[in-house]
Design a protein around this ligand. Structure first.
Ligand code: BTN
Length: 311
């Protein structure tokens, strides 16, 4: 984390003297000056005025800035950022085996994003959000779906409040607006003897891109506006951690009921393509383990994974 940049960001739009920054970050004034020059070379707009100090006024466009994100996030997190990476989930898995803190892995360009069921996930470089939240825990594996539910609900709530649109959750954990997918979640876990030790919740959200696929949408396509990805991402994370606190204090059920209120196709006729066979019937429930309960007459089937279509 660049502490000089963090100090400038915390005072964005206002002057802060070199001496103040030097004291805050424990560097000499010359070292601060050198750091500021290198930020300017890297696209940051900074006024440097004698006797007044430095004022950050413009940030480089189309790239995420970990220092800005960390100022907006209210929960203590380790931030891991790379301008480009194959997949944040793969990266998180590598790092989390030897790391014990909750960590966020994010990038501006994910070139081999992983989707569910072995599919690929495309994110537009510099425009969308691709991140993986790594959480160390020690709980029974049966709780794994609860965290996906919390993340899906956090994303849904932030998209709904930013866009003023109806935002639905499609089993198992996709987010849809106007019947088009805007976000996918891929949760992976590292277990030891049936204990869930590390959870990696990978989230891809279409923000400022304009996806060509007819079944996909983005925040920009829905509202015609562009969004600051730091704000969207930090609001999602802050909401997720608030919900996690609620779950730890009061249990999962209220959050789960809230999640179900937004579930697409609940009590309606649906078809699930499991990849091996098709299940048709009424979506009666999705239980706390994430299993879809499909009724067809007297026959009830439990479906563990697949693609759901509302008839
Ligand atoms: C899906 O809908 O199939 C799930 C898509 C999950 C994509 C995200 S983007 C960030 C994280 N890294 C990955 O490689 N995949 C997830």
């Amino acid at each position: 984390m660049d502490l000089v940049l963090r100090a400038l960001l915390a005072n964005q739009g206002k002057f802060i003297s070199g001496a103040q920054i030097a004291e805050m970050v424990d560097l000499s004034r010359t070292a601060v000056w050198k750091r500021v020059q290198s930020l300017i070379e890297n696209g940051y707009g900074i006024d440097c005025i004698k006797k007044k100090g430095y004022r950050l006024h413009t940030l480089p466009k189309d790239r995420l800035i970990p220092e800005k994100l960390s100022l907006l996030c209210s929960h203590p997190l380790e931030f891991f950022y790379k301008p480009e990476i194959d997949s944040t989930n793969l990266w998180a898995k590598e790092v989390m085996v030897r790391y014990s803190e909750s960590s966020l892995f994010f990038t501006d360009k994910q070139y081999a994003g992983k989707g569910r069921l072995g599919r690929q996930w495309e994110s537009a470089p510099g425009k969308d959000i691709a991140f993986s939240l790594g959480l160390r825990m020690n709980t029974d594996v049966c709780h794994y779906y609860q965290y996906t539910v919390l993340m899906a609900l956090a994303v849904r709530n932030i998209l709904a409040s930013s866009l003023q649109n109806e935002v639905k959750i499609k089993w198992p954990n996709d987010i849809y607006i106007n019947n088009k997918k805007i976000c996918g979640i891929l949760t992976e876990m590292i277990t030891e003897e049936n204990r869930l030790k590390t959870l990696i919740i990978g989230v891809g959200i279409n923000i400022n891109s304009e996806p060509k696929l007819p079944q996909a949408t983005s925040m920009k396509m829905v509202s015609g506006q562009e969004y600051d990805r730091h704000i969207i991402l930090s609001e999602i994370l802050n909401t997720f951690f608030k919900m996690r606190e609620i779950m730890d204090t009061y249990g999962f059920s209220t959050l789960y009921e809230d999640w179900k209120k937004h579930l697409m196709g609940l009590f309606q006729s649906v078809r699930i393509d499991t990849g091996k066979y098709i299940v048709e019937g009424t979506l009666e429930d999705v239980n706390e383990q994430g299993i879809a309960v499909i009724r067809n007459g007297d026959h009830v089937e439990h479906v563990y994974s697949g693609d759901l279509f509302v008839s």
